[in-house]
Ligand binder design. Sequence first.
Ligand SMILES: *Cc1c(COP(=O)(O)O)cnc(C)c1O
Length: 384
Amino acid sequence: MIDFNRPTLTGKEAHYMYQAVYNGKLSGNGMFTKRCQAWFEERYGFRKCLLTTSGTDALEMCAMLCDLRPGDEVIIPSYTFVSTALAFLREGAKVVFADSMKRNPNLDAETLEALITPRTKVIVPVHYAGVACDMDAIMTIADKHHLLVVEDAAQAIDSYYKSKIRNHKSQILPLGSIGHLAAFSFHETKNITAGGEGGLLVVNDERFIRRAEIIWEKGTNRAEFFRGEVNKYGWVDMGSSFLPSEVNAAFLWAQLENIDAIQHKRKYIWETYQKRLKPLADKGCFSLPDIPDYATNNAHMFYLVLPSLEARTALIKYLKENGVGAVFHYLSLHSSEFYKSRHDGRQLPECDRYADCLVRLPLFYDLTIEQVNTICDLIKTYYQ
Ligand SMILES: *Cc1c(COP(=O)(O)O)cnc(C)c1O
């Protein structure tokens, strides 16, 4: 059996976790937490980074920082994970679901502006499969209407956007560095993991830094106290316990040290799939991931889009019978049991098409090229 996913392991995780245990400091914001946060700030130029216990938590912190009032509207793609919407719904916002593009599942920037009303406060682009949304277009619309942008970069570690308009020159920007705030996930299904669960809040807009630290530390100014900036700490705002244990940060550190090797291997797997399946895509059996010129590929996911739900169901069944764990992905959130009665009734046909027709193939660090070839051969046989 070839599993759909196996968590990335570099070999150093247990070593650093052992160190964390015998350092005698296990709670959050210790040496490994600070080391990881500094690494992200240095490598990607993120203004301020805070590790969280999950990507969901990082999104919840973003939603709290947006300081929403009841009735405020947040625009979110319907083709995403529940947490993207739930984080904002919990803050009392009204979620307005946007459709995906024809070319890939990302939020369609061309139909975005039509969704904006006087109550709109935030746009949440999700970089699906680690492939950038059209951030120049989205940031331009957000600036024009004075909206905040929260990037759901859960899948987008080490991926980039080629901007043409920021500072009036072409430059390559890491995903997560463009919006006012961003959230990453280190769940075991993502490219790098903090030991099963983990996440990162990125604050790019200075105005949110102080409050982010307070929300992170249960509504207290403890972070300032530990830096010696105040001589006692207390309850100053809303918050929760969003910081992970040092054991998780130690696990994550082993992965950060090896991120280039992890990414190199994942890209090699992705490109092998792409090369070997292209002839079938050219014949019209399915379409392959479409990476726009403005985006890079971080090899988070390799997927096929089939012509129909029936075709997808049949392919998943065939692969399963032959020992391959291929899976479909999101169901449309606008027609979910929980949200459908609140949705405004607009049809989101592209989102529904991905919900019905997209299938993900196994892609993880330890997957061998022989296994990739086996999967591609099976798919070829299926279509003969
Ligand atoms: C994984 C994921 C999340 C949630 O991250 P967790 O770490 O599992 O809480 C949110 N949004 C997207 C797009 C994701 O892929």
